[in-house]
Ligand binder design. Structure first.
Ligand SMILES: NC(=O)c1ccc[n+]([C@@H]2O[C@H](COP(=O)([O-])OP(=O)(O)OC[C@H]3O[C@@H](n4cnc5c(N)ncnc54)[C@H](O)[C@@H]3O)[C@@H](O)[C@H]2O)c1
Length: 328
C-alpha cells in the first residue's frame, strides 16, 4: 500500500484526490490545507485524516506527496518532501522564480526521489496519440508546430496579480507542449502581447493575448497564439508539419450530436474548460505517477521539464517587456 499526503484541497487538489484514491494499492492518508474547512471536507470524502505539514512529512508511512496547493507554496513543499525522501507529484509551475525552481531540481536530484510536474496535456489521449504517431514517423521529421491555446474567460484580476503573468501562468503548458512535441530545445524566443479583453488585466501589470515565436537548436519553428477570452469557449489545438504531411489535434466536445437545420449545421462547443477537457489526462497522469512508484513505468516527466518550461516563460516575459528577441 502506498500512503499519500495531499497538499491543497482546492480545485485541482480535489481532482487529484479522486484520481489518486482510485488507484489500486494507493491510500490517501492525509489532506493538508491551511483552509481547515476545505481540508476536512476533502478528507471526509476519501476517508483520510486532516494533518499539518509537519505531521505529513514526519510520518515514515507516507511514501509520496501530491502538491496541489497555491503556487507560492510549491518550492518550499518540494524542498521539504525531498529532504524527507518522499516521492513527489507537484502541480505546475515549480515556482515563479527560475532560480528557486533550479534549487528545487537540485534538491530532488540529491535526494534521488521521483518528482513529476503536472503537465497533464502530455497524458491527454488525443495529444498522446499525436505524439506517438510523430514518433512512429508518420509525418517524417517534425519541422513546424502551431499551437492555439485560448481560454473561455480570464480568472479574477486578484488571481492575475499573483499569477506571475500570462507566460508563467497560462503559456507554461504550451511551452511544455513545444518541448515535448518537437523533442528539441529553444535557441531563440520572441514574444509579443497586448491587453485586448479587459483593461483591468493591464491595470494588474499583465496582458491577455500573446503571440510567441520560437526557433530550436535544429532550426525547427514554433508559433503559439493565446488569448484569455475566446467567445466560443476553451480552444486547444495544434498542428505539426513534417516532410511527409501534417498531424492535427483538436478540441473535444461533450457530445458528437450535430443538428442540420434549414439555417445552419450546429454542434456542441468544445468542452467548457480545463477541468472538463483534461479529465482523462488528469486521471492518466496520476495513474502514471503511481505506476512509476510501483515500478511498473519509468517517469515520463521530471522536475527538469518544469524548470525548462519556466525558463521559456521567463524568456518570453523578458522578450515581451523589452520588445526584443531573447537568445538562449
Ligand atoms: N495542471 C493544471 O491544469 C492546473 C489547473 C489548475 C491549477 N493548477 C495549479 O495547481 C495549484 C492550485 O490551483 P487551484 O486552482 O487548485 O487553486 P485553489 O485556490 O482552488 O486551491 C489551492 C489550495 O491550496 C491551499 N493552500 C494554500 N497554502 C497552503 C499551504 N501552505 N499548505 C497547504 N495548502 C495550502 C489553499 O487554501 C487552497 O485550498 C496552482 O499552483 C495552479 O497553478 C494546475
Amino acid at each position: 500500500m502506498i500512503d499519500v499526503a495531499l497538499f491543497g484541497a482546492g480545485r485541482i487538489g480535489s481532482i487529484h484526490a479522486g484520481n489518486g484514491a482510485r488507484q489500486p494499492g494507493v491510500r490517501l492518508h492525509y489532506v493538508v490545507d491551511v483552509d481547515a474547512t476545505a481540508a476536512q471536507a476533502l478528507a471526509r470524502q476519501h476517508g483520510a485524516q486532516v494533518a499539518d505539514a509537519e505531521r505529513a512529512f514526519g510520518d515514515p508511512a507516507i511514501a509520496a506527496v501530491v502538491i496541489a496547493s497555491s503556487t507560492d507554496t510549491h518550492a518550499d513543499l518540494i524542498l521539504r518532501a525531498a529532504k524527507a525522501k518522499k516521492a513527489i507529484f507537484c502541480e505546475k509551475p515549480v515556482d515563479l522564480s527560475l532560480e528557486r525552481a533550479r534549487v528545487c531540481a537540485e534538491a530532488v536530484r540529491a535526494a534521488g526521489v521521483p518528482c513529476m510536474i503536472g503537465f497533464q496535456r502530455r497524458y491527454d489521449p488525443t495529444f498522446a496519440s499525436l505524439k506517438a504517431r510523430i514518433d512512429d514517423g508518420e509525418i517524417g521529421e517534425p519541422e513546424m508546430l502551431v499551437v492555439t491555446s485560448r481560454d473561455p474567460g480570464a480568472p479574477p484580476v486578484d488571481y492575475i496579480r499573483r499569477s506571475g503573468g500570462i507566460f508563467k501562468d497560462m503559456l507554461i503548458h504550451d511551452f511544455d507542449i513545444f518541448r515535448w512535441i518537437l523533442a528539441d530545445e529553444a535557441v531563440s524566443v520572441y514574444a509579443t502581447g497586448s491587453c485586448l479583453t479587459d483593461p483591468a488585466i493591464e491595470g494588474a501589470g499583465d496582458i491577455d493575448a500573446t503571440a510567441v515565436t520560437i526557433r530550436t537548436r535544429r532550426g525547427r519553428l514554433a508559433q503559439i497564439n493565446t488569448i484569455r477570452r475566446a467567445a466560443y469557449g476553451y480552444d486547444q489545438r495544434f498542428e505539426v508539419i513534417g516532410a511527409k504531411g501534417m498531424l492535427q489535434a483538436g478540441n473535444h466536445r461533450p457530445t458528437e450530436v450535430v443538428l442540420w437545420s434549414s439555417g445552419a449545421i450546429t454542434a456542441d462547443k468544445p468542452e467548457h474548460f480545463f477541468l472538463e477537457r483534461y479529465r482523462a489526462a488528469y486521471a492518466a497522469e496520476m495513474g502514471h505517477f503511481f505506476d512509476v512508484l510501483g515500478g511498473r513505468a519509468k517517469p515520463r516527466t521530471s522536475i527538469d521539464d518544469g524548470v525548462a518550461a519556466l525558463a521559456l516563460a521567463e524568456a518570453a516575459t523578458t522578450s515581451w517587456r523589452e520588445k526584443r528577441v531573447i537568445e538562449l
